[in-house]
Design a protein around this ligand. Structure first.
Ligand code: ADP
Ligand code: MG
Ligand code: MG
Length: 192
């Protein structure tokens, strides 16, 4: 992990979110309030602007600025949750460049904020298997997609989708898909 591939990562992530904004909102219309695509697109657009304005010089400062921007500019659950993820990632990136450790620290902060565990049909259901696969040296874009698809069979017990109870089953979780994009673009950018 270095400044260049992290900036590339965030740029690819922003593009992917913007490209798939309507799809993410459609997924959220089925089990939430239909704004996940617009929330995330606003967030990544503001992140790109902030990075351009402030030009942070280190990976830690890049992640901190990303976190603060997402927390302050995105309404909805996903802003603070992704903000926590990036803030969590700064807590080790100063002392290690081990990707598993950095992502685990991001996951820990998402869970500190959102209190979700595996199987509750949230972005956690991507973070956990992605980190596991990465540990085993077998993370691929194909696998990441499979993890997002697998949220379809789960019943939501956290977030807005939990209001639907059993009726949330049969739909892919929007936050799982945006997190899948995060990890697909991490691989594309060559962050390791
Ligand atoms: P809102 O639900 O406030 O409209 P978004 O639509 O932007 O916010 O984001 C919804 C996504 O946030 C869900 O698809 C889910 O993946 C994620 N999410 C919601 N609550 C939690 C939680 N407690 N922990 C982890 N992720 C969560
Ligand atoms: Mg929503
Ligand atoms: Mg909302």
């Amino acid at each position: 992990m270095n400044k260049d591939n992290v900036l590339k990562w965030l740029e690819l992530f922003a593009e992917k979110i913007i490209e798939n904004k309507d799809y993410l909102s459609d997924l959220d219309t089925a089990i939430g309030d239909g704004d996940h695509g617009t929330n995330m697109a606003r967030g990544v657009t503001e992140v790109m602007k902030a990075l351009e304005d402030k030009k942070p010089e280190t990976v830690t400062d890049i992640f901190k600025l990303t976190a603060m921007t997402l927390i302050s500019k995105v309404g909805g659950a996903s802003g603070p949750l992704y903000g926590s993820a990036f803030m969590g990632m700064t807590k080790t990136s100063m002392t290690t460049d081990d990707l598993v450790e950095i992502l685990s620290s991001g996951l820990a902060d998402i869970q500190k904020r959102g209190k979700a565990v595996s199987g509750e049909k949230t972005m956690i259901d991507i973070w956990v298997p992605v980190i596991e696969a990465l540990k085993n040296g077998e993370l691929t874009a194909e696998k990441i997609k499979t993890f997002a698809e697998a949220t379809k069979d789960l019943k939501a017990t956290k977030g807005r989708a939990s209001y639907l109870g059993e009726r949330s089953i049969g739909h892919i979780d929007p936050g799982a898909v945006s997190s899948a994009y995060l990890f697909e673009t991490m691989l594309e950018a060559g962050v390791k």
